[in-house]
Write a protein that binds this ligand. Structure first.
Ligand code: ZN
Ligand code: ZN
Length: 273
């Protein structure tokens, strides 16, 4: 069994064939969490989880690039609304037993438009992030964190707001030193196709040194398609290539990585298999 802990079959890229894609994944023994990025995609994630009796779960949250005062690229702005702040009551009404995490939330300094008031954008992002930490704690759910070019600030917030987790630092792209700090806060480290493209050896070191019982696999589909499908739309069933790469780096059997990362996800999200 495999677990794609971060995927977006709830996005418009899968509008025509979401059920087919999910069916293909389940057939390949891959379970998934569809992750929301604002109200509409969070609702869509919860909807898909309710539709499938087993193996499909949801996370709901507000992505930092969708907080107010952010510019979205054209492709995204057609499908996504912007939210001025994290509206707890709207998200509260989406909670079901299939909603197993809050996120993705966090900080993204990479996509702040150059001509915007940087300080104002960052303070909006921080406020939305802190509100979601409180919401996760209140509902006793783990957090899925998105972080780009902002690891220091994310860690600073966790230190005061959420020093014992539980949660995931998703699509991790930084050094082992940074990964270690997240592990110390009780977090799991999740990796996707970037692990396969990365030529720096930085992420290989993260995989090598992170205990297998603290690693998770994800695709971040429709983005970050791994070889042999590069250039095509990514999907949850391709998460096995990420597990394969982890097995190669750790010099253990693929079955061991698949089994352990699957159970890590069950443990973190309190899912009964
Ligand atoms: Zn993300
Ligand atoms: Zn994502």
């Amino acid at each position: 069994m495999y677990f794609d802990t971060h995927t977006h079959v709830n996005f418009a890229a899968f509008k025509e064939d979401a059920d087919e894609v999910i069916g293909r994944s389940l057939k390949e023994e891959t379970w998934m969490i569809n992750v929301g990025t604002q109200i509409d995609t969070s609702r869509a994630a919860a909807f898909l989880s309710a539709k499938h009796p087993q193996g499909v779960f949801a996370a709901i949250g507000l992505h930092p690039v969708h907080t107010w005062a952010q510019m979205l690229d054209e492709e995204e702005s057609r499908f996504n609304t912007r939210e001025e702040y994290f509206d707890t009551s709207k998200y509260q009404s989406m909670l079901t037993e299939k909603v197993v995490a809050i996120g993705e939330c966090g900080l993204d300094y990479f996509r702040i438009p150059k001509d915007s008031n940087q300080e104002a954008v960052i303070s909006k992002q921080k406020a939305a992030f802190i509100a979601q930490i409180a919401f996760a704690k209140k509902n006793n759910l783990p957090l899925i964190i998105h972080c780009r070019d902002a690891y220091e600030d994310v860690l600073q917030i966790l230190k005061t707001e959420y020093p014992r987790g539980p949660g995931i630092i998703h699509s991790f792209t930084d050094t082992w030193e940074t990964a270690k700090k997240f592990l110390d806060f009780g977090f799991y480290v999740a990796l996707n196709g970037i692990l396969i493209f990365d030529k720096t050896g930085k992420l290989a070191e993260v995989v090598e040194k992170t205990p297998l019982d603290r690693l998770l696999t994800e695709t971040d589909a429709p983005y970050l398609t791994p070889p042999p499908f590069r250039g095509k739309r990514n999907e949850p069933s391709y998460v096995q290539y990420v597990a394969q790469q982890m097995a190669k780096i750790k010099r253990v059997d693929l079955a061991e990585v698949a089994n352990q990362t699957f159970h890590n996800a069950l443990n973190l999200f309190k899912i009964q298999a």
